[in-house]
Design a protein around this ligand. Structure first.
Ligand code: 1HE
Length: 258
C-alpha cells in the first residue's frame, strides 16, 4: 500500500486503486496520470480485477486546470498522449477494471470512468464535459470512448451546452452499469469484482480485449477474430474443466439472480 496521489490496496484477488487528491477534488495533474500509468503497468500479479474509486466527495474533477495555462501547443499534444498511454493501459491491461463513481465525474474524470470496463455509480454522481465552457477539447480519449457509452449526439449536447447529467439521467444514458445508493458504490464494486475474479482469466481477457476491438472492426473481420478468440479460450484447460463441471452436474445453472 502506498500513500501517494494514488492509494493502492490489495484485497484477495482485487486490487483497489483510489485517486487520493481530495483537496483538489481528485483533479488529475501530470504526476497523477503518470502514477496511474505506472500502477496499471505493474499491477500485482496475484490480483485478477481492479477497482478504481476517488477519495473524498467526488470521483474526479478532471484535468488539473492549473497545469494548462502555460502549455505550448506541442506540450499540449504530448500531455494528451500521456493520458492516452495511461488510459490505454487501463482498458487494454491484463484485467477487468471497475470504476466507482460518485460526486463530480467531469471532464478527464469522465474520460477515466469511460476507460473502465464496468461502472458502478452512486446517487450523488453527476456527469459533465465542461471542456466546451473552458475553451478546450477532450484530450484524454473521451472523443473515442464516451460516444461508445452514450452516443455522439449526447456528448455533443454536453460539450456545446454544458449540460450535466445527474446519476439517474446518466444511468439511463449509458454511463453506469449499476446505480446504487450513496456510500454503497465501493461495496457493490467489490462484490462484482470478486465475482468477475472467479471467471477463467482467459475468458475475462477475451471479453475485455477482444470485444471492444471486434466492435471497431468491419463485421467479417470481427467474426474472424471472434472464431480465433473463441477457440483459444475454449482450448484452455480452465474452460474444459468448467464445461465438464456443468455436464457432470457440478456447476450452477443460469438463473435470474446469477
Ligand atoms: C481544481 C479543479 C480542476 C477543483 N483543476 N483545480 N474540470 C472542470 O472544469 C471542473 C472544475 N471543478 C469544479 O467544477 C468543482 O471544483 C467541482 C464541482 C468538481 C467541486 O466543487 P467543490 O465546491 O466541491 O470544490 P471547489 O471549491 O470548487 O474546489 C476545491 C479545490 O479544488 C479548489 O482549490 P483551492 O486551492 O481553492 O482549495 C479548486 O480550485 C480545486 N479544483 N477542480 C484544478 N479541475 C485530458 S483533457 C481533460 C479536460 C478536462 O478535464 S476539462 C474539465 C476540467
Amino acid at each position: 500500500m502506498s500513500d501517494s496521489l494514488l492509494r493502492v490496496e490489495v484485497d484477495g484477488p482485487v486490487v483497489h486503486l483510489r485517486l487520493n487528491r481530495p483537496d483538489k477534488r481528485n483533479a488529475m495533474n501530470e504526476a497523477l496520470v503518470r502514477e496511474l500509468h505506472a500502477t496499471f503497468v505493474n499491477l500485482p500479479r496475484e490480483t485478477r480485477v481492479a477497482v478504481v474509486s476517488g477519495e473524498g466527495a467526488h470521483f474526479s474533477a478532471g484535468l488539473d486546470l492549473s497545469e494548462v495555462t502555460e502549455q505550448s501547443v506541442a506540450e499540449g499534444i504530448f500531455h494528451s498522449r500521456l493520458w492516452h498511454a495511461a488510459f490505454d493501459q487501463i482498458q487494454y491491461g491484463p484485467m477487468p477494471v471497475i470504476a466507482v463513481l460518485h460526486g463530480a465525474v467531469v471532464g478527464g474524470g469522465l474520460e477515466l470512468a469511460a476507460t473502465a470496463h464496468l461502472r458502478v455509480a452512486e446517487s450523488s454522481a453527476f456527469y459533465g464535459l465542461p471542456e466546451g465552457q473552458r475553451g478546450i477539447f477532450v484530450g484524454g480519449s473521451g472523443s473515442a470512448r464516451i460516444p461508445r457509452l452514450i452516443g455522439v449526439s449526447r456528448m455533443t449536447d454536453m460539450m456545446l451546452t454544458g449540460r450535466v447529467f445527474d446519476a439517474t439521467e446518466g444511468h439511463a444514458a449509458g454511463f453506469s452499469n449499476y446505480l446504487v445508493g450513496e456510500g454503497q458504490g465501493l461495496a457493490k464494486a467489490m462484490e462484482l469484482a470478486r465475482k468477475v475474479a472467479t471467471n477463467a482469466p482467459l475468458s475475462n481477457y477475451a471479453v475485455t480485449q477482444a470485444l471492444p476491438r471486434i466492435a471497431d472492426m468491419p463485421q467479417s473481420d470481427g467474426l474472424f477474430v471472434e472464431s480465433l478468440m473463441s477457440a483459444i479460450a475454449q482450448g484452455d484447460e480452465a474452460a474444459k474443466q468448467r464445461v465438464r463441471d456443468f455436464l457432470e452436474k457440478r456447476a450452477g445453472k443460469v438463473g435470474k439472480s446469477s
